[in-house]
Design a protein around this ligand. Structure first.
Ligand SMILES: [Fe+2]
Ligand SMILES: [Fe+2]
Length: 474
């Protein structure tokens, strides 16, 4: 169970480690300062119907109630320790899992934790203005739930930094509160986390595509030989599932509403669809193309000696490492990787160890494809002849083998000029953004009401009705 009587709720017996407790209590006001500055705009007095974890067991989400977000019980929750756990891959395979940081991997591990940690506050910053244009109270509550949990994910990484990395860790924890998404001088570490999230379609796409990158990174870190990191990530994954739910159902509801309006009014032309106040399907496809491609970049270079080192050292595993049936060392194995050679995309085998980023990206793409086919079903069920497609892996990439090449969504390698000419056929144009934003000029907050451009969800939160007062504005 989680101890909520302490200033910092935790299940790591924080009270027994006075030095650590003091360090975290020192960081806490700085965190609150960050939340007041960069958390959801003008939300501090709202009472929000949020879930709070009461234990780290799968059914530990039973507690729902009204909370003012600054009073949310952010804390430190790790999956319980398995005494028999081992390092399951790499050159240390078979050794007992590490309870302390191995000296030789200290700086690498710190970097991995900081990079993960940095994404958490970044997404809160990216989303902070969206409350002003929410399509319903239900959706407003959901974005706030995502935001407080990303805040908690920051706590999770900061705990590791404070507990295991001494002064360096404390400095990194401060820097995590100092960087700002999109800031020219002190940006967040990874590209996609410096992109704006200007509207709700972008928000749902982000939680579908980019939070799912979070899931895959956390899954790889949940395999780590460094046991506290593994246990931390396991619990974070239970929170992540809700974020992806918000994204998948959000986009699905937008598609559903568009299809309904198209059918009712017997229109197909995108400008006629737009005139009816819903988002035309080609624009949804363009948003999909954008968020998919910038998220693919987050996995890093296709061929990477860093990725090989993380694996060989036992720090970061593969997706579902312990369920895979091979030697978990990968000394001989190969893996296919694509590259552009004189205007053609070719695939060749490289040592599997160096291709681990690519492999994780491919695992991610499989899951994404399933989600997109569920969106497609909504369109098919409406009898509308439109196909949503995932663009080619090489489309609109800035990192890895495709960087610097101009690949169309169909996988054709083009000249820069030819690509640029068609850019806004494939990616949202300034006019597309302006249109989407024009639909979202104000917020819809009457209980049970939904903006015209989105269908209501199938059910409410925690079995509450759709017209439940999910947010009290005071
Ligand atoms: Fe997160
Ligand atoms: Fe998330």
């Amino acid at each position: 169970m989680i101890n909520y009587t302490e200033k910092i709720p935790n299940n790591v017996d924080l009270g027994r480690d006075r030095v650590l407790q003091r360090a975290l209590e020192h960081w806490q006001p700085a965190y609150m300062g960050w939340w007041y500055d960069m958390g959801p705009n003008e939300s501090h007095n709202y009472e929000v119907y949020l879930r709070t974890a009461i234990s780290v067991e799968p059914d530990g989400w039973a507690q729902f109630g009204y909370v003012k977000m600054p009073e949310y019980r952010w804390g430190i929750f790790l999956q319980p320790r398995d005494e028999k756990r081992e390092v399951n891959f790499g050159i240390h395979k078979g050794q007992p899992a590490w309870q302390e940081v191995p000296g030789e991997y200290r700086s690498t591990l710190r970097r991995v934790i900081v990079t993960q940690g940095d994404t958490e506050p970044a997404s809160v910053e990216q989303q902070r203005m969206l409350g002003a244009s929410c399509p319903s109270m239900y959706d407003l509550r959901n974005i706030f739930q995502v935001n407080v949990e990303e805040g908690r994910h920051l706590w999770a990484m900061v705990y590791l930094l404070h507990r295991y990395f001494g002064r360096d860790g404390r400095e990194e924890a401060e820097s995590l509160l100092a960087r700002r998404s999109g800031d020219a001088d002190n940006p967040r570490i990874l590209g996609a986390f410096n992109e704006p999230t200007p509207d709700w379609l972008a928000f749902y796409m982000f939680t579908f595509f980019t939070d799912r990158d979070g899931k895959f990174q956390l899954c790889a870190l949940a395999e780590s030989g460094f046991d506290p990191l593994a246990r931390t990530c396991r619990f974070m994954l239970t929170e992540e599932a809700h974020h992806m739910f918000v994204g998948e159902t959000g986009v699905g509801r937008i598609i559903q509403r568009t299809c309904e309006v198209m059918k009712e009014n017997k229109v197909e032309d995108p400008s006629d669809v737009r005139a009816l106040g819903v988002i035309d399907l080609p624009t949804i496809q363009k948003y999909l193309n954008f968020h998919y491609s910038v998220t693919l970049d987050l996995y890093g270079s296709d061929v990477s000696s860093n990725a090989a080192n993380y694996y060989t050292s036992g720090l970061k595993g593969r997706f579902r490492e312990t369920k895979l049936e091979d030697d978990h060392v990968l000394a001989e194995a190969e893996y296919p990787v694509s590259e552009v050679v004189v205007g053609k995309i070719i695939t060749k085998n490289v040592p599997a160890l160096t291709a681990l980023n690519e492999r994780l990206r491919d695992d991610y793409i499989d899951e994404i494809a399933d989600g997109v086919s569920r969106w497609q079903r909504v369109i098919d069920n409406a009898g509308i002849p439109f196909r949503l497609t995932l663009p080619h892996k090489g489309f609109h990439r800035e990192i890895g083998n495709f960087a610097g090449h101009f690949v169309s969504p169909d996988g054709e390698v083009l000249s820069e000029e030819a690509w640029k000419k068609q850019e806004y056929k494939w990616l949202p144009s300034p006019q597309d953004h302006a249109f989407v934003q024009s639909l979202m000029s104000g917020r819809v907050v009457e209980p049970g009401k939904f903006a015209n451009w989105i269908a209501p969800p199938a059910r409410g939160i925690n079995n509450q009705p759709l017209n439940f007062e999910y947010v009290r504005f005071n």
